[in-house]
Design a protein around this ligand. Structure first.
Ligand code: 5GP
Length: 140
């Protein structure tokens, strides 16, 4: 999978497309997935260009997994989730749809179903409400 500089996450990083941001530092960005599999689904990306895990420079990847851990903790608290599913796909054959490396943090509750991957657009007010809970948990 080659890097397309006009992929949606590159546009978000350049400020050319909107996102509901929950965390940012010099190297990484975390924002709400627009088609969440469960409420509170967050994406974490390195700012460095790289289509897949194998393409991201080591220092950026280290920072990205640490931000993923930070978000996993915050999402667990914010969404009162007993389980956190972390997913990361590489290549179309693995189900990757956006060619900029990213980690999914998805809260899971026993007995609750989850929506299919990238199928159902969330209400923007719901995304913002969940983002506020996650930002508050990050600040604890
Ligand atoms: P992948 O299939 O590449 O692992 O996951 C891409 C994810 O990006 C999907 O979960 C999908 O819902 C999400 N996504 C696609 N387009 C957008 C967008 O424009 N904004 C946001 N915030 N998420 C997006």
């Amino acid at each position: 999978m080659s890097y397309d500089p006009n992929n949606i996450f590159a546009k978000i990083l350049r400020g050319e497309a909107p996102c509901v941001k929950v965390y940012e530092d010099d190297v990484t960005l975390a924002f709400m997935d627009i088609m969440p599999q469960t409420d509170g689904h967050v994406l974490i990306i390195p700012k460095a260009a790289g289509a897949t895990l194998m393409d991201v420079p080591a220092d950026a990847l280290q920072a990205t997994i640490l931000t993923t851990q930070r978000l996993a903790r915050a999402v667990k608290t914010a969404m009162q989730a007993p389980g956190i599913y972390v997913a990361q796909m590489n290549g179309e054959a693995a189900g990757q749809t956006v060619p900029h490396c990213h980690f999914h943090v998805i809260p899971r509750h026993p007995g609750r179903s989850y929506r299919d991957h990238a199928t159902t657009m969330a209400d923007s007010a719901v995304l913002e409400a969940n983002a506020q809970k996650i930002r508050a948990a990050l600040a604890e």
